[in-house]
Write a protein that binds this ligand. Structure first.
Ligand code: NAD
Length: 459
């Protein structure tokens, strides 16, 4: 496929101004939703073939949240697209000032494999809502899902408006050489840097949704039962292949034994294992091998079994972990939970600060001063107090990282804004002019300007 031609088609489509029509955007979003609903079983089957995620799990994790997003957008789009009036400074009176929301143009969305439908389509949904044309490059690793998404989109939408391009590194590299108006990337920090550099060559705006080592901290006053229940679910969901899953635990030494007992019990009770139809495979052999290599048998206190033929890694807990252990050297992205302990909170803070700013942080405590201290001192993308992962589901909160865990955010209005330009407009009538700004700069004029700027004007 000639990507230059494709992007030209998208530029031409954008120039028709069709995407600026709200009715058009809404129609396309409705059409996409209907298409997904009509093809649920095809999508479910494809994801199952890729890593044995069950249909029920797929509906709950991927499809229903997207339907809800489209529903919310349809309800709020009129409001989001309205220009925002702002006040005008006295120097410019009489004038009107406002911010006009403008689409950026042609957007490239690059998806990751772990939530293969949502991570390709959700950014595209927001891009469409903001009036852009979109090219989606889904992850090539869940190949069945990528194929179904491609068939569905490419046979139902004008390629000048929305097109899926399948492929791996060569195709993504070729796409990144083109001059898009925005690149929205979800994936690893390593590839995020490649994307950022490529976009910089064209001065293209980027949003980078990356990963990192997200900690869960349990202080001695925490509600352990509830905290552990929430932690275990979020860690082993999708077999740990969730960007914002708790990567490792920091637990107060005095409650460590009780904490571990509860973790083991929770895993067993809810059957987070191959016997649970919702427990998924590791996505591919490369990741399976990588994860196996992170398991230090001497430090496994629970689980540790693996099945290479089935690409399964049982929910595993590792204890007596130090920062020197291999498991602490990279984002885990699998069902292995290393547990570290601390004797005072500063020790825990010290550990978290050894790593780049994480995508998430989960703090389990009832104490206000501890909440204040951790939330003030540690920089992270977003997170929860006494919960795990669920902040992702609140579209009133921006979702994104900071530093090495990402640039920019989306979800809800933040998603719309991510794909919009805020065009600043001052609209002034011609019947009045203060004349102060014009030459000559006489001493009196300068004094007057100084007085006006420094004392009277909102500037
Ligand atoms: P990845 O970076 O390997 O791949 C992501 C995308 O980039 C894929 O579409 C792939 O084809 C493309 N790609 C890979 N190598 C490339 C290269 N050299 N040049 C150009 N393009 C390239 O990431 P992944 O393995 O698919 O996903 C796992 C990572 O993504 C984890 O780090 C995880 O934390 C992160 N992630 C983040 C979020 C988020 O919302 N913040 C969501 C899911 C995953």
């Amino acid at each position: 496929m000639n990507f230059d031609d494709l992007l030209n088609k998208q530029h031409l489509f954008f120039d028709t101004q069709s995407t600026k029509d709200l009715k058009f955007r809404k129609q396309q979003l409705k059409k996409l939703k209907q298409l997904l609903i009509a093809n649920e079983s095809k999508l479910n089957e494809a994801v199952y073939k890729d890593f044995k995620r069950s249909s029920k799990e797929n509906l709950v994790l991927e499809l229903y949240p997207m339907y809800k997003t489209i529903k919310t957008i349809l309800r709020k789009l009129d409001r989001w697209t309205k220009s925002t009036k702002v006040s005008t400074n006295i120097l410019n009176i009489p004038a009107k000032s406002y911010i006009k929301k403008e689409p950026l143009g042609s957007v490239l969305v690059i998806g990751a494999w772990n939530y293969p439908i949502q991570l390709s389509l959700l950014p595209a949904i927001y891009a469409i809502s903001a009036g852009n044309t979109v090219i989606i490059k889904p992850s090539e690793i869940p190949s069945h899902t990528s194929k179904v998404i491609t068939e569905l989109i490419n046979s139902n939408f004008d390629e000048g408006f929305l097109k899926v391009v399948e492929g791996g590194i060569p195709e993504t590299t070729a796409l990144l050489n083109l001059k898009f108006d925005k690149v929205f990337f979800t994936g690893s920090t390593v590839v995020g840097k490649i994307v950022y550099q490529a976009a910089a060559r064209n001065l293209t705006d980027v949003t980078l949704e990356l990963g990192g080592k997200s900690p869960a901290i349990f202080t001695k006053d925490a509600n352990l039962k509830m905290g552990v229940k929430r932690l275990v679910w979020s860690k082993y969901l999708n077999a740990g292949q969730t960007c914002l899953a708790p990567d490792y635990v920091l637990v107060d030494e005095s409650i460590k034994e009780r904490f571990l007992e509860l973790v083991y019990k929770e895993i067993e009770q809810h059957n987070y294992s191959i016997h649970n139809e919702n427990y998924v495979q590791i996505i591919d052999n490369k990741n399976f091998k990588r994860l196996e290599g992170l398991i230090d048998k001497d430090k496994v206190s629970f689980g540790g079994e693996t099945d290479e033929n089935e690409r399964l890694i049982y929910p595993t807990v590792m204890t007596d972990i130090t920062l020197e252990d291999k498991i602490m050297s990279e984002e885990i992205f699998g069902p292995i939970l290393p547990v570290l302990s601390f004797n005072n909170l500063d020790e825990a803070l010290h550990v978290v600060k050894q790593f780049e700013k994480p995508l998430s942080l989960y703090l389990h405590t009832k104490k206000r001063n501890i909440k204040r201290k951790i939330l003030n001192e540690i920089s992270f993308g977003g997170g929860c107090v006494n919960e795990s992962v669920m902040h992702y589901t609140n579209s009133e909160l921006p979702f994104g990282g900071v530093g090495h865990s990402g640039i920019g955010s989306y979800h809800g209005k933040f998603g719309f804004d991510t794909f919009s330009h805020q065009k600043a407009i001052m609209d002034k009538p011609s019947w009045f002019e203060l004349n102060l700004k014009y030459y000559k700069r006489t001493t009196t004029k300068v004094k007057l300007i100084k007085a006006l700027i420094l004392s009277m004007f909102r500037y």
